[in-house]
Design a protein around this ligand. Structure first.
Ligand SMILES: *Cc1c(COP(=O)(O)O)cnc(C)c1O
Length: 246
């Protein structure tokens, strides 16, 4: 094993342990939490090393970069590729054709385009609906910071649920950046409440997946019910180029 693989492997195992302890503290089954290794803005060699170190799910933010890696690393056919960043409409086809899962569905127009391309490709894309719970202007996701206005989301969400080639599986959020993991916790709790709200409104849909928590706050996210955590820098080090977290 190369040094790079070994060092990622050590951090990967530590993170799995962190997830397991957080799950146990919350009385949850550790196996109900899946670790997404975020390799966005990491070179191909680091991405390959992450897979060799044990990563089962890779998270990418940019369609082109992701597709390049998916093609270059196709020998690892058991690995899943998840799109976790904002998808521009004109990138919908790349996402529909190449990715296994989309965490960051944030609009009806994008949903309709993805649905059409998935139809062409005869595949069903599992998706999570992304919500902006902090009320920041520049952030992706449906605005949902004001609980008294959740009802206003229902029409669009019901249209997305009705699309035949997308399968809604749950919710995702990226809280505003705080100083400590405790700052994120109320946002994780709010996503959980939103999940409960949608589950009552749309009992026919399975909203069971919650994608929340990054390097810095994934343990709090697991305590609050995350089923996917998205961890990058804590596993594979700092990124090659600066990226805006959307
Ligand atoms: C970059 C990114 C992550 C990972 O963040 P780290 O701080 O590197 O763990 C998780 N989720 C999203 C949406 C991201 O863009």
């Amino acid at each position: 094993m190369s040094e790079l693989v070994e060092s990622i492997r050590a951090r990967y195992l530590e993170t799995l342990e962190g997830i397991a302890s957080a799950a146990k503290r919350a009385g949850r089954d550790p196996a109900s939490v899946k670790l997404v290794v975020v390799t966005k803005a990491q070179p191909l060699e680091v991405t390959r090393a992450a897979i060799e170190a044990g990563a089962k799910i890779l998270g990418e933010n940019y369609p082109e970069e992701g597709v390049m890696k998916i093609q270059a690393l196709h020998e690892f056919s058991a690995v899943e590729w998840h799109m976790i960043g904002h998808v521009q409409s004109r990138k919908a086809q790349q996402v529909a054709f190449n990715f296994n899962f989309l965490h960051s569905l944030d609009g009806l127009k994008l949903a309709k385009r993805l649905d059409r391309f998935c139809g062409d490709a005869r595949r069903i894309l599992p998706v999570l609906l992304e919500f902006n719970l902090g009320g920041e202007q520049s952030k992706g996701g449906w605005p949902a910071s004001d609980e008294t206005r959740w009802q206003e989301l229902l029409t669009e969400i019901s249209e997305i649920i009705a699309l035949p080639n997308l399968k809604v599986r749950g919710l995702m959020t990226m809280p505003p950046l705080g100083e400590t993991p405790e700052f994120s916790r109320p946002f994780f709790q709010k996503l959980k409440r939103l999940q409960e709200y949608f589950s009552v409104q749309f009992p026919q849909v399975d909203f069971s997946e919650l994608s929340m928590g990054t390097s810095f706050d994934y343990e709090a996210a697991v305590e609050e019910g995350a089923t996917f955590v998205r961890v990058g820098t804590a596993l594979v080090g700092s990124r090659e180029y600066k990226t805006e977290v959307v």
